[in-house]
Design a protein around this ligand. Structure first.
Ligand code: C5P
Length: 218
């Protein structure tokens, strides 16, 4: 890990993406949604009709996948993902992706495939990366870790207001109970309950904890 990494973990619709983008914009760092990587792979299994109930065929399939990253000129906008040369971005919120993603994310072969690519990004970027296991597994040594949470009612409302049909509570259940890299508060993480906070308040709270040279004024 040559670049610096701010890890932002938490359950679905806890505000991670918006907060991570805001923190990345304030610092001029690179924004990465690790969930997009899992969604791109989930979309690939739907596209190629690979059954998520058959770990053996999924392992053979993923071994020959080509996941290419396209960096936006604005680093705070993050990366687009091409799977075998095909842009996955338009498909990441598909309902079939939402129902498959937590199933395939429980498989160690999928996590290894994605973790190698997430870690490679830190070789030449300062990153704000959001996910479920960024502070616990992907970058456990980073000194900057946050865990965002919000009440289930507020999270369901936020997701519905985005117009997304999502199985938030079922994904949370699968993400928290899986054997490999379950959703958990990473040791040393600062926990922020976003239930009664505005987006700006959460971003400011996170920035206040960072003590980075980019943020010192005068
Ligand atoms: O963040 P997002 O809701 O897009 O993530 C979609 C799914 O990807 C999660 O519900 C989880 O199953 C999986 N995921 C994961 N580990 C991460 C990021 C996402 O298992 N670091």
């Amino acid at each position: 890990m040559a670049g610096r990494v701010i890890a932002i973990d938490g359950p679905a619709a806890s505000g991670k993406s918006s907060v991570s983008r805001g923190v990345a914009a304030a610092l001029g760092w690179f924004f990465v949604s690790s969930g997009h990587f899992y969604r791109a792979i989930a979309w690939g299994t739907v596209r190629d009709q690979i059954s998520s109930n058959s770990p053996d065929s999924l392992i053979a399939w993923i071994a020959t996948r080509k996941l290419t990253l396209l960096e936006d000129e604005d680093p705070t906008k993050g990366v687009s993902l091409l799977l075998d040369g095909e842009n996955a971005s338009p498909h990441l919120s598909d309902s079939q992706v939402a129902t498959t993603v937590s199933v395939i994310a429980a498989m160690p072969a999928v996590r290894d495939f994605i973790n190698a690519r997430l870690r490679a990004l830190s070789e030449n970027h300062d990153l704000v990366m959001e996910g479920r296991d960024i502070g616990s597994v992907v970058f456990p040594l980073t000194p900057w870790k946050f865990y965002l949470d919000a009440s289930p009612e507020v999270r369901a409302r936020r997701r519905a207001s985005e117009g997304a049909i999502d199985t938030v509570s079922e994904r949370d259940r699968l993400d928290s109970t899986r054997a490999t890299a379950p959703l958990t508060v990473p040791p040393g993480a600062i926990v922020i309950d976003t239930t009664h906070l505005t987006l700006d308040q959460v971003i400011q709270t996170a920035l206040e904890h960072l003590h980075l040279p980019e943020l010192t004024t005068g």
